[in-house]
Every structure is written in structure tokens, then in C-alpha cells.
Design a protein around this ligand. Structure first.
Ligand SMILES: [Fe+2]
Length: 359
């Protein structure tokens, strides 16, 4: 039985970001105590940067989110902090979308556990709690703010996998629905759909329990309302999607995803597609496993006038398909959650190729 853990503290509501200083200040006990702010590079030189409760001794580091987090990028940030300071930070604040939040969680674990990011990719490999960490999402949907993982790709090992551990959970969240105000429409949609898919996959899985189901059902209800709306990015809908994202993250912290995420990981490894869009492309090709849900997903895309990219694997060689198979089938837990322990008898290399060929 899972001895589940969720986020201990959160500030929620319009203007919550202005309270960040009141969370930071009490943790500064001596003059060497410093904070690390990891900021999505999207906010470089922005108004957001001016609103940070920064002091001279703090480190402000930018996280490039052009590509999704890699183990190398996490190792480099970790090294950067260790090389520049004599002691560890009192806290680490991650501000940005899922990639920045995942990077903050991974760096926090690495600072106290030592070694390299790739040493902890898997389940419950993180030995001791990381540095105290505060998550401030500026984009809703990934659930990175409330999940117990931080996904990174390791291109050398053909692997996209997180440090799945209760130590990965943030200690504190600041959830301000005004922060995603400037997100481009398609990014808002693709990232928001991540939460819808977490819940669909969790509710269709074998590893279920009532509490995770309750989180999923409410997150699904809210995301359906957002995506059925004429103005999905209104203030009220930004708030609903922020709640849905948080609840969806709690749901998968207590259960597992299913088929969409492993197939999406394959696309991320081979085509470097971002998580949200890769999920949607994968979902569209999985109608035989999720017939009703794929029907609903397509009508949502139509309603929101989203044209999914087509033919993304049309130029793939046999070699590419082998790589896709390897980087999908490695996700044994979610695949077994969706199809049972003998999932490999259903997802043969030929079957996986056929599914990817539909994308
Ligand atoms: Fe996801």
C-alpha cells in the first residue's frame, strides 16, 4: 500500500506571487544564507524579474526551455551552484512552466544527494530530502507543481524518465492564476491538455485507488469546462486550469499514467517534441485503446481550432522506428498500468511501429 505524500503548503489566488517575499524572508537567518532563483529564460529582463525578492547574495539562474530538461543541463546547473558558493542554498525557487519546475526539483535533489542526475532516474532512488524548494508555475497543465517526479531526457541512454520520489515534491507552492496571462494560445492548449490526459490515463489504468480517482475526476471536470469554453484563456478559466493542473499532478502522484505518456516520450526522444504537443499527437493515434476519450479529444481540438501536426514519422527509417520502440517500451510501469504485465505481447515492435506510423 502506498504511504502517499502531497504538497505541504500552497498559496493560491490572484496576486499570490506578490507574497513570495514573505515566504523567502523568514528563511534568511544569517548573512551567508542565500536563495537560488531558477527562472524560465522566457522571463529574462521582464517585469517578472523585477518582482523577485532578490538580495545581493542570491543566485538568479536562467533555465533554457527551448528543449525539455536533460540530465546534462541539470548537472551543469548543479555544478554552477556548487562552484560559486561555499555552502548550500537555504531554498531554491523554480519559476516557469513544467520544464523549469522539473529542473528546480532535480537540482534540489542533486545538491544534497550528490552524484549525477542520471543516477536518480527511476523509482525511489533519491536517498535524502533535497534543498527546500518553492514552485511557482507560470503555465498550467503539466502537474509538475504537485507531482513526485521531474522528467529529464538522457539522449545518450535514449531515456526520458524522472526522479520519481517523494523527495521530489515541492515544499511550498505559489499558485497565481494571473501568471499564465501571456502564454501563447497553442501552448496554453497543449500544456493544458496534459492534465486532461493524466486523468484519462489514470482513470483507465489498473493501479487505481479512490483518492487518486477523486483528484482525476475533478481535474477532468474542470479541464472539460475550460476547453468547452469560447474563451479558454479568460481569468476564470486560467484559475480553473491552474486548479485542474494541481489536482491532476496529485492524481498521478498517487497513481500512474497509461499509454499516452510512453508514446509521447518516444516522440520527445526522437523528434525533440515538447511534452504537451507530443502527448496530443500520441493521443490522436491511440483510438483503439481509448475510443471514447479520443473521440472527445478530437472534438475539443475542433472546438478550439487546433490543427495537430500530421505525418511526423512519415520520413522515419526502420532504425528510427527501432529507436522509437525502445524509448517507448522502457516505460514498463505505465504500460503495465494500461495493459497488464504482459503488455509486450500486445505492444510488439510491429504494433508500436503501426501506431507511430499513424501520427
Ligand atoms: Fe504529462
Amino acid at each position: 500500500m502506498n504511504n502517499s505524500k502531497n504538497i505541504a503548503r500552497f498559496l493560491f489566488g490572484k496576486g499570490a506571487f506578490d507574497e513570495l517575499g514573505s515566504l523567502v524572508q523568514p528563511r534568511r537567518k544569517t548573512k551567508d544564507d542565500y536563495f537560488v532563483f531558477l527562472l524560465d529564460h522566457f522571463f529574462r529582463d521582464s517585469k517578472m524579474e523585477c518582482r523577485l525578492p532578490l538580495e545581493d547574495q542570491d543566485l538568479l539562474l536562467y533555465v533554457s526551455t527551448l528543449d525539455e530538461p536533460t540530465t546534462d543541463a541539470v548537472n551543469t546547473l548543479n555544478r554552477n551552484i556548487i562552484d560559486r558558493k561555499k555552502k548550500l542554498p537555504v531554498s531554491l525557487v523554480g519559476i516557469g512552466g513544467g520544464s523549469t519546475l522539473d529542473t528546480a526539483k532535480a537540482v534540489s535533489n542533486l545538491l544534497t544527494n550528490g552524484g549525477r542526475a542520471e543516477d536518480y532516474q527511476g523509482w525511489d532512488l533519491v536517498r535524502v530530502p533535497g534543498i527546500h524548494k518553492i514552485g511557482v508555475p507560470t503555465l498550467s497543465g503539466t502537474g509538475a507543481e504537485s507531482s513526485r517526479t521531474c522528467v529529464m531526457t538522457d539522449p545518450l541512454r535514449n531515456l526520458k524518465l524522472g526522479m520519481n520520489s517523494e523527495h521530489t515534491l515541492f515544499d511550498q507552492l505559489v499558485l497565481d492564476p494571473d501568471l499564465p496571462l501571456t502564454v501563447p494560445r497553442s501552448q496554453y492548449f497543449y500544456t493544458g491538455m496534459d492534465t486532461y490526459l493524466h486523468c484519462i490515463e489514470s482513470l483507465q489504468g489498473r493501479c487505481r485507488h479512490g483518492l487518486a480517482d477523486a483528484y482525476s475526476r475533478e481535474a477532468l471536470r474542470l479541464s472539460r469546462e475550460v476547453f468547452a469554453s469560447e474563451e479558454m484563456q479568460s481569468g476564470a478559466n486560467r484559475e480553473k486550469l491552474m486548479i485542474a493542473s494541481y489536482l491532476g499532478g496529485c492524481a498521478i502522484a498517487n497513481s500512474l499514467v497509461g499509454l499516452v505518456h510512453p508514446f509521447s516520450a518516444g516522440l520527445a526522444i526522437t523528434l525533440k517534441l515538447h511534452h504537451g504537443i507530443a502527448n496530443c499527437i500520441a493521443m490522436d493515434a491511440l483510438g483503439e485503446f481509448y475510443p471514447e476519450e479520443v473521440g472527445e479529444f478530437r472534438s475539443i481540438c475542433e472546438k478550439q481550432q487546433i490543427d495537430l501536426p500530421r505525418g511526423v514519422t512519415s520520413r522515419f527509417s526502420d532504425n528510427d522506428f527501432e529507436r522509437l520502440y525502445a524509448s517507448t517500451i522502457i516505460h514498463e510501469r505505465p504500460l503495465a498500468n494500461a495493459l497488464g504485465e504482459d503488455f509486450k505481447s500486445i505492444l510488439t515492435p510491429e504494433k508500436v511501429k503501426e501506431i507511430f506510423s499513424r501520427m
